[in-house]
Design a protein around this ligand. Structure first.
Ligand SMILES: [Zn+2]
Length: 135
């Protein structure tokens, strides 16, 4: 039986800031967007076979965006978050100052089938600390 992704990751909710422009009133506001951080587990669950092992070795931590839309802080109209990316790999996130950089980085990365060989072995503290503001 193939392993479900949920058996391979630990999920942790997290909020991240996003700055978006409302398509109706054209005001730009900052929003708190809900994501879930999926961190690869330390080890495979019991009963994993070779296929699972190979799959597990390729896994990377990632963030999944839960919110698809926000309500404009100025006019109250709901609009879709103007970003195609609802899945971001954590190692693509590091050192990027803002969402624009992030988008560009992802666009470049999405053209590659293989993950880049240079990997950081551990997450910096700012990614492992407990997130606040989550209810
Ligand atoms: Zn608006």
């Amino acid at each position: 039986m193939p392993l479900d992704e949920r058996a391979l990751f630990n999920d942790k909710p997290e909020t991240r800031p996003g700055r978006y422009q409302c398509p109706k009133c054209h005001r730009t506001n900052d929003y708190s967007i809900r994501w879930v951080r999926r961190s690869k587990k330390d080890r495979l669950p019991a009963g994993a076979d070779e296929v699972d092992r190979a799959k597990f070795a390729k896994l990377r931590d990632y963030l999944l965006r839960l919110d698809d839309q926000v309500a404009c802080k100025t006019c109250g109209k709901k609009f879709e978050i103007p970003s195609q990316h609802s899945l971001v790999f954590v190692d693509q996130l590091e050192g990027l100052p803002n969402e624009e950089e992030l988008e560009r980085e992802i666009n470049v990365a999405s053209g590659e089938a293989e993950p880049e060989p240079e990997r950081k072995p551990a997450l910096p503290a700012r990614f492992t600390r407990k997130s606040t503001g989550w209810k």
